[in-house]
Ligand binder design. Structure first.
Ligand SMILES: Nc1nc2c(ncn2[C@@H]2O[C@H](COP(=O)(O)OP(=O)(O)OP(=O)(O)O)[C@@H](O)[C@H]2O)c(=O)[nH]1
Ligand SMILES: Nc1nc2c(ncn2[C@@H]2O[C@H](COP(=O)(O)OP(=O)(O)OP(=O)(O)O)[C@@H](O)[C@H]2O)c(=O)[nH]1
Length: 444
């Protein structure tokens, strides 16, 4: 697992074993609520979870309607493959009431061969005294100890999570900080992701065997360009035969979440011929949620008729539809002709710097005082908002804490105003900024 990246945990299991129930129980402990992303239908496909100070991203790999046995098995295999490709740890869920079935054994084989850490979760153990003995048959799956839980009764979940987080490894452990910029290339099928990545990689591909041999990393390509190292994370090739639209969409999102999670910068590829679609907006919403820096690459620019207004028209349309990410850089490219691709590397560098830029507390407070002097903070029922102090507490994305007298008075619009002032002063092109508001008693 690469350093500083949040681990990904996937739940796999037959229909009806209780995956969604567990997912919902864990997602309740959501802490990091990032700004809401309006206009996005929220699939409950992924969620932030924290347990004992350890944060991870939970992915539900599928809720597919069962038709016949064969279909269930083949779908489970696909689910499991997605989990193997994207997750750091897999929760394999079975149902004690149903007992061990054939499909469980087959999927267990597949998971075992992947050499990924797998935790065998036996659900619906609603009464530990009564049903514990029934969990032992799952030893036959050959993937280790069964961990009994009741997802709906909230039993055993804490113990299971203790085991889960023990697989994450110590993020403080001595491996070297990875300085390479990690760039995820995402977008819906057929927009030109493979074409783009092939062109970007070109002769710059770095032949190394140093990248760990997990399946997941097979799609991570290290590249040297102008003496700098980058890692491109690929999500192309998701078109599948005989897939219904919803399934495809689900897989696309799961894989996209996985790639985005492991990246610093996201290049969202949009098809100029089609314009911005709902699917594009969904993917953009994921990048925004995860606090990643974003470049919107409008591809196939060679294929449309243009005049001197076209760029502005496209830009306006993108800004309108993706209004929650005004910080995103927009560039018009052609993976076919190579138009503006060298510039894309420059853009990645600039944005990567902004994404991890730190501003000193003194300078930030100067900017904030000026902003407050220019536009009086709001008041309510005779009480006026006071802003005491601002400081940067993190990077990737840059994260600031503003201390105020009363949180209720700090309206979204005033936070936005301060954000704009910070951006006027320092740019921060391409990266979202996060503002946390804390209350503090006036000190005198
Ligand atoms: N008795 C019992 N029932 C449970 C438990 N957890 C979930 N269930 C029930 O099992 C059924 C299936 O739960 P879901 O969470 O929808 O299962 P799923 O695995 O997400 O199902 P798919 O969406 O079909 O893949 C529901 O009726 C739940 O109420 C449990 O711990 N004990
Ligand atoms: N005119 C034009 N066609 C392009 C460009 N980039 C890609 N294409 C074409 O668009 C089609 C899809 O390109 P791919 O690179 O396979 O797209 P993808 O996003 O990787 O597709 P998936 O594998 O389905 O995710 C191919 O026929 C490409 O030749 C471009 O810049 N201009």
């Amino acid at each position: 697992m690469s350093k500083n990246k949040k681990p990904i945990v996937a739940i796999v299991g037959r229909p009806n074993v209780g995956k969604s129930t567990l997912f919902n129980a864990l997602a309740k402990q959501r802490i990091a609520i990032v700004k809401d992303t309006p206009g996005i239908t929220r699939d409950r496909i992924y969620a932030d979870v924290t347990w004992l100070d350890k944060a991870f991203t939970l992915i539900d790999t599928g809720g597919i309607e069962p038709d016949s046995r064969d279909i269930i098995l083949s779908q489970m295999r696909e689910q499991a493959q997605i989990a193997i490709d994207t997750a750091d740890v897999i929760l394999f869920m079975v149902d004690v009431k149903q007992g061990m079935v054939d499909a469980d054994a087959k999927v267990a084989d597949m998971l075992r061969r992947s050499h990924k850490p797998v935790i065998l979760v036996v659900n619906k153990v609603d009464n530990f005294d009564k049903y514990m003995a029934d969990t032992y048959e799952f030893y036959n799956l050959g993937i280790g100890d069964p961990h009994p839980i009741s997802a709906s009764g909230r039993l055993g979940i804490g113990d299971m999570l203790d085991v889960l987080v023990s697989y994450f490894g110590d993020s403080e452990s001595g491996d070297e900080e990875d300085e390479r910029t990690r760039v995820a290339i995402v977008g819906k099928p057929n927009v030109g992701k493979s074409s783009l990545i092939n062109k970007l990689i070109g002769e710059n591909r770095l032949i190394v065997s140093e990248i760990a041999g997990t399946t997941r990393d097979a799609v991570d390509t290290p590249v040297v360009y102008n003496g700098k190292e980058y890692i491109f994370i690929d999500t192309a090739g998701l078109r599948r035969k005989n897939k219904i639209k919803e399934e495809l969409e689900h897989y696309m999102i799961v894989r996209t979440v996985g790639a985005i999670e492991r990246s610093d910068i996201v290049i969202l590829v949009i098809d100029a011929v089609e314009g911005v679609t709902e699917q594009d907006a969904k993917i953009a919403g994921i990048a925004h949620d995860r606090g990643k820096a974003v470049i919107i690459a409008v591809n196939k620019w060679d294929a449309i008729e243009k005049n001197n207004k076209t760029v502005n028209q496209y830009t306006a349309k993108i800004r309108e539809i993706l209004s929650y990410m005004p910080y995103a850089e927009i560039t018009f490219i052609s993976a076919l002709t190579g138009q503006r691709l060298p510039k894309l590397y420059d853009l990645i560098d600039v944005i990567s710097e902004n994404h991890s830029m730190r501003i000193s507390t003194g300078v930030l407070n100067e900017i904030m005082s000026e902003a407050v002097a220019l536009q009086q903070p709001p008041s309510d029922k005779g009480k006026r908002l006071r802003l005491y102090y601002i400081t940067q507490v993190g990077v990737k994305p840059p994260t600031f804490v503003i201390f105020v007298n009363d949180k209720e008075l700090m309206h979204f619009s005033y936070t936005r105003y301060i954000e704009n002032k910070v951006r006027e002063a320092f740019g921060f092109r391409g990266t979202p900024l996060k503002f946390l508001i804390r209350e503090r008693r006036e000190k005198k």
